[in-house]
Every structure is written in structure tokens, then in C-alpha cells.
Write a protein that binds this ligand. Sequence first.
Ligand code: M6R
Length: 600
Amino acid sequence: MCGIVGYTGTEAALPVVATGLKNLEYRGYDSAGVALLDDTLDVYKSEGDIDALTLPDTHSATTGLGHTRWSTHGQPTDANAHPHTDCTGEIAVVHNGIIDNYEELKAELVAAGHEFTSETDTEVVPHLLEAHYDGTNLRAAVQAVVERLTGSFALGVTAVGAAELVVTRQDSPLVLGRGETANFVASDVTAFLEYTRDVIFLEDGDIATVTADEITIWQGDDRVTREAQTVDWEADAAEKAGYEHYMLKEIHEQPQALRQTISGRVDVVNGTADLEFDLPTNYLQSLDEIQIVAAGTSYHAGLYARRLLEAHADVRCTVEVASEYEFTGGRDPWRTLVVAVTQSGETADTLSAMRTAAAAGARTLAVTNTVGSTAAREADDVVYIRAGPEIGVAATKTFAAQVTTLALLTVAIGRERNALGGDRASTLLENIRSLPGAIQQVLDDADRVADTARELADSEAFFFVGRRLGMPVSLEGALKLKEISYTHAEGFGGGELKHGSLALVTADTPVIAILTDGANPEKMVHNVKEVQSRDAPVLGVSSLDDAESVLDVTFPVPSLGDLEPLVANVYLQLFAYHIADALDRNIDKPRNLAKSVTVE
Ligand code: M6R
């Protein structure tokens, strides 16, 4: 995710803001910038490392804002880096999140004569402020602008004549720090931890005005009080927001990550999804086949998507491990769409498969988390999953965001091909929109998963079984467990276990079964009985009413149709994490593995 840091006090702002940017580096970023407010406003920003940012040695400003950007709208370039300014260069804005309605706001502002210098959604904010700011009351201007925005945002604003920072949030975190002779703002406490541990977490809709000696918080025209708290985290713990590992933090970030994935893309009323790509209707209607290429966890996301695409978009779909891919598109390769699913956008096997497809004449679409990555640049079209940076080697939130993006792609393609009626599309979209809440329910049950995982941590091996949409989740559950715990684990289609591997099932090999909608739960019950009669303990992730009567341990999954297995997967992530933790493994950097595999 992007990072925000701001300082206003009696000392020079530059060193504090520069330190704050360094502290935010761990979040991942592709560009950075600083705004310093004196009698004038000076802005410094550039693509790349913070070290590449050319800052003055000293600066007299005592108010400043800094930002690290992880691109979502527009490439990582100097112009797209934050802070963004208005036409006069006197108002500076930093932003985390996504402004859904920026295109219509931008059109309106351009028509009114505003000149834009970036491709970002953020830049509408300083231009809107320019129209509302009277040179004295910055809070009132921010209030008026926020009323025009839809989406998720944390905003930091400063302007000539204001001598303060004004910040506000909606669905994106923002915290204030209280010092003796200075106050701070940031997207997380790590940014200013060496200066103060006395913090106030803002709530949605809050607008705070921050000066050297005062913090005032407003909801509309009413002043509100938010309780101050003392944070006792050490810097390392703060980077992980108090979680022991990045993986656990990223598992818990899934509701917020999916809100970003979905933001501005879903129209439930009309049953449409807008993924901002250029695939023409006549091309989608004449498609013979979609071929998904991917590796590891991304391959499992592809397997999930295949079922959705075939069921809802009426298109033949194959999924191939990228390193095994050969193009088989027949006589008219252009009628095959090759979808490369890759979090990093740099996986050598996936890039190679994409190039094979392109050389054969197929059209390529990259589904990736990384703006400006090789996959994004080389593909004919690109869709971003917007999960924010993932630091743990084990993919967690990016799997959820990949499947969610591919579900949106299914709706978009299904509608264009007239294969998916409005009512069915609306139901699927309503389920997609409910994903963050459903995943939060699972996360609220995390302690029970931890207890069960600790009890079973010394087991000899684990088997994961699921059918249909539960099958890729069973593969993903096994991959997650083995890569971070180094314990043998295998995933199967529920019916397949009995064709050989059942010989391995004993009382010391727990079986994890997926019994949800979209995963043939009725048939799965038979598979559960098969392994129970070999004495294996069976844990189930289930949305069935009577699951307890079948399973030894049940973890309930909220009702969500074809997306239930995706929600169930969050239990499997937690299970893998707590087993690895009990075995004291190097969870964020498992042996022999790399986050991005750039060799074939
Ligand atoms: O960046 P990619 O999605 O292309 O990476 C593909 C795999 O290397 C990756 O999904 C890997 O399997 C996961 N990190 C495992 O958790």
C-alpha cells in the first residue's frame, strides 16, 4: 500500500519527513515525494527509491508531507508520484486508496480549465480544492471536496496560507501522533515512532486539522473527540502493525485489500463489472477459448477462475502451469485469449508462456498486482488486482485478490458474450461485494484455528480435499502449508484420494475437507467418511447446516455461493500459518524460496 507521513512543528520538517519515508519503505513502493510548506510550497518527487529523490540539504519549512506510492492508476513515473498540486502550485495532496469517480470529476475540471499533469486518480483532489479554498479555511475546502469523492481514501493536504496539515480518511487507515512541540500524521505509526508513541487513530469521515500545538477533529461541522492511545510496539513490530509476521498481517489485510480490488468496478444494479480494459465486444463474442497460464498460487487462482468462466461466461477455458505451456490455439490464434495471472508480473515461466502465445498470434491479457511490471508492459491488455504490496513469500491476500479480479472478469466477459443474464450477474456481484465482510467473519474466528493447528502441528502429513471450486482451494491449502511449515501436504479433488493416496491416510494424517457451495458438498460427505473410516481426524471448512454431525472439527463459512471456497481458503491460510509458527519456521522467508522467481 502507499504510505503517508506528515509533520508540523517548531523544527525543520524535512529531516522528520525524510526519516518517515524511510520508515515506510517496508510497505513497498515504486516512487516517493515530499511537499514542504513555508511562505511558498516546494515539491520534490520522483520514480524509484527514496534515495533517488533529490532533496535539498536543508529547508526552513516547519510543515511537510511525504508519500511513498504503490501505483494503481498510471505508471510509476515522476509525474505520477505524489504529492500532487493544483494549477497554482499552492495546494499539495498525498493520497492512499482509490477515488472511484475520478474520471467524471477530471472531465468536469478539465472543462473548467484545470490543467492536469499526471494520469492519477489523486490529482482531481488538489484541483477540486483549488476551486473551494479561499486562502484561509482549508478544512472547509477539504470538507466540500470529500463530499464529491467516492471510493476509499486517506488524504493529507497542506496549502499556502494555511500553516497546518488537514487530513481525512474513508476506508483507509490514518493515524495522528502527538508530540511536545510538534504533531504528526501517517498511514501507520511506524512512520513517526521515534518521535512519539502517543497516537490517535482516526475514524471514517473524520477530518483533522493539525498544527504544531493543536489537533482538532471534526465530523462534518461537529467537533469530535477520539481517545489517544500509547503504542508500545518496537519499530519491527510496528512495521507488521503488531503482528508477528508479515504473512499474518497480510492474511488479516484481506478485507481491506479486496475493497480496493472491487472499488469502482462493480455495478450491482445493472449487473456489470468495469475492469478498465480495451477488449472489444466483437472480439469477446468471437472468442473460441481462454487459456490461463500461471505458476504456483497464481495457477490455483487460474483453476478457480476456469470454473467461473465456463459456468458464467460460456467460454471454453484451459489452465496450464506456465512452465509447461505450449500454444494450442488452432487455425485462428487471435480467437484465443491467453490470460497470464502473476502477482509480481515478473515470473520467468509466466512471461515465457505469454511470449509463446503472443508469438503464435494470440491476444494476451495480464492479471497482475504490479503496475509497470514486465507482464503489464508486454501484454496486449492488463487488469490490476490492487492488493497492495505483499512482503511475505507465501501469497495470501494476492490469491484472494486474483480470484476476485478473475470473478469480475468473468462477469465482464459473460455480459459481453450475452451468456450471463442481469439477475445472475447481480447475484454474483453482490457476493463479490460481500467478500470483505465474509472474510472478516473468518478472521474473527482465528483463535480457534490457532488452537486446532497447535494441537495437530506434529502430524506426519496433511491432506486437503475439495471438489469443483473447492479443488483449487485444496491445492492452495496444501501448498501454503508445505511451503511455510516444511511438512508434507497434498491437495486433491475429493474423488481422487481413493485412487491411490488413500493408502497414506492414517490417524496421524489429518484431512482438511472443503464442504461449501460451489464444492459439491453432498459428494464430499462421502469422501469425509472414507477417510474417517481410516481413523484420520477430519477438519472441515463448511457452510452446511449440519456440518458438525459429519466433521470432527468444523469451521463455519458464511453463505456466498460460488465464492464460499475462496472465503474458506482464509481458514487454510491461518491453519498453515499457525502450524508453521508452532514448528518455529522462518514464515516470511521459507527456505529455498523467493517471492519472485525470475529464472525458468
Ligand atoms: O508472482 P507470481 O504470481 O507469478 O508468482 C508465482 C508463484 O511463484 C507464486 O504464486 C508462489 O507459488 C507463491 N509465492 C507461493 O505462496
